[in-house]
Write a protein that binds this ligand. Structure first.
Ligand SMILES: [Zn+2]
Length: 476
């Protein structure tokens, strides 16, 4: 045994030549036997602070790091009692731990637990036990940083009690009236965080349900319609428990989330149309995301570009219209420059039924905010279009979806996209990129969907009323 310790000591010495200090070396008495000890000094830190065990430093014996029981136990708030007659040390902190000198087991509340090395009596007066077992018993996490001879001890992160977890009991889907709905049910209220992953394989929406244990067996639903690929659910993490719902789709689709009053049911619905395979034959809408490429438009809070926001909203509007049976054209699908006159020209040449230009406002003062719908004045310069009715319907439907400041309608005879177009046209100033509150909304994916949804609803109403004969596209 002595030889083994000596060889180990030499080995550790060679391995740790760079270590700085050997304050504790020479002969020590281990369980009554003299041992030559020559190992670099070992440091203990507890939550980053050095913990000094005084004249009884941590030791490495037979490859096991052992630490003085009393100074550490008491330092960490346990009571420590030594019974010399039975060579037993009792440590109490929540549970009762008993260590026995020379024995490689302990008892925890009376139950025997194996130790990696026996409890030792050093220099005939100080009991030592394996460091990891002791710190973990007292509610700490331990890391041994070998190259620094450092025992790094940290308070355990408290995990929420498992009783606060809910069980996910149902994962299902349904389809009705063009709406595809994915449902998650639990035996308690569901709370969640959501996110989106975009990569070459498409778009994945995910919802992380907090403190939720996944208890369903059907973990995957194949959808494969209207751009929706599949949905699946699984345990993402156990402590704390997080169950993740993922919906994968080929492109970003609009959705609505509803939860029951008691929050035990979570529904996400996608409007994928009645028959996504048949080609659209509805009115032709020309969507015009403003600016682009070398023309970023207004630059707002945090350097955001009007052109990028307009494009994001325009593409969402296109998705809604495509799924809703409309035919669509769009002036750009990427951040590219399109000439100002090219936009109305394209719409005119294609015989579009309506023209929707999407922009953001800007002003010197950050206090200016809100949403405005611009249109060409009825009858101006002999124009025969009923622009005001169209603008009013778009405006009213848009403001039902969003709660920005309502700046109403505004007549703009000089705007090219309004005076060169031959069909009904609006220019929607969705919000001010220079307003901190508007800017935050405008860059939010969900808010962009709401704007698109509002404009979409307006277009649906306009063309329904046109068909019903309750309105006309021209003034008479
Ligand atoms: Zn603009």
């Amino acid at each position: 045994m002595r030889k083994a310790v000596a060889i180990l000591s030499i080995l550790l010495f060679i391995l740790a030549l760079h270590a700085t200090s050997y304050a504790y070396s020479g002969n020590i008495v281990v369980d009554g036997k003299v041992v030559n000890y020559n190992v670099p000094d070992i440091t203990i830190t507890i939550d980053g602070n050095k913990f000094d065990t005084g004249n009884n430093p941590p030791l490495i014996l037979d490859g096991n790091t052992i630490v003085p029981l009393r100074s550490i136990g008491q330092g960490l708030g346990a009571s420590v009692n030594w019974d010399g007659s039975t060579q037993t040390i009792t440590v109490t902190k929540g549970k009762v731990f008993k260590f026995f000198i020379g024995k490689n087991y302990a008892t925890v509340d009376g139950n025997k637990v194996q130790l990696p090395a026996p409890a030792r009596l050093i220099n005939n007066n100080t009991s030592y036990v394996p460091m990891r077992f002791l710190f973990e018993s007292l509610g700490y996490d331990v890391k041994w940083i070998g190259d620094k001879y450092l025992i790094q001890v940290t308070s355990k992160v408290t995990v929420p009690p498992t009783s606060s977890n809910v069980n996910i009991t149902d994962f299902s889907s349904s389809y009705a009236n063009g709406k595809y709905t994915i449902t998650v049910k639990a035996d308690g209220p569901l709370t969640y965080k959501q996110g989106t992953i975009n990569d070459s394989s498409g778009v994945r929406l995910y919802f992380d349900f907090s403190n939720a244990i996944n208890a369903v067996t059907n973990k995957q639903i194949s959808i494969n319609q209207g751009g929706l690929n599949m949905a699946y659910i699984g345990q993402n993490q156990l402590q704390p428990a997080i169950t993740r719902l993922v919906v994968s789709m080929t492109t970003s689709l609009p959705y609505t989330i509803t939860q029951s009053q008691d929050k035990k049911e979570f529904d996400i619905s996608f409007n994928i149309g009645n028959n996504s395979s048949s080609s659209n034959n509805g009115p032709l809408i020309y969507i015009d995301p403003g600016h682009g490429g070398s023309d970023p438009g207004a630059i707002g809070v945090g350097g955001i570009h009007e052109a990028n926001i307009a494009l994001a909203i325009g593409l969402k509007l296109k998705t809604l219209l495509d799924n809703g049976g409309f035919r669509t054209m769009i002036s750009r699908t990427t951040d590219t420059y399109v000439g100002l006159y090219d936009r109305p020209d394209q719409a005119n040449n294609a015989g579009a039924d309506a023209f929707v230009s999407i922009h953001c406002d800007a002003f010197d003062s950050p206090s200016a905010n809100g949403t405005t719908v611009l249109y060409y004045p009825n009858g101006y310069n002999g124009d025969t279009r009923d622009e005001k009715t169209f603008a009013q319907i778009i405006h009213d439907n848009l403001m039902k979806e969003i709660n920005t400041t309502d700046r109403g309608l505004s007549e703009r005879p000089k705007l090219v996209v309004l005076n060169q177009t031959k069909m009904v046209a609006v220019l929607v100033e969705t919000g001010f990129v220079t307003s901190p509150t508007d800017a935050q909304l405008l860059t939010d994916d969900n808010f962009q969907w709401k704007i698109a949804q509002g404009i979409y609803n307006g277009l649906v109403q306009y063309f329904t009323e046109l068909k019903n004969g309750t309105i006309k596209s021209t003034i008479s």
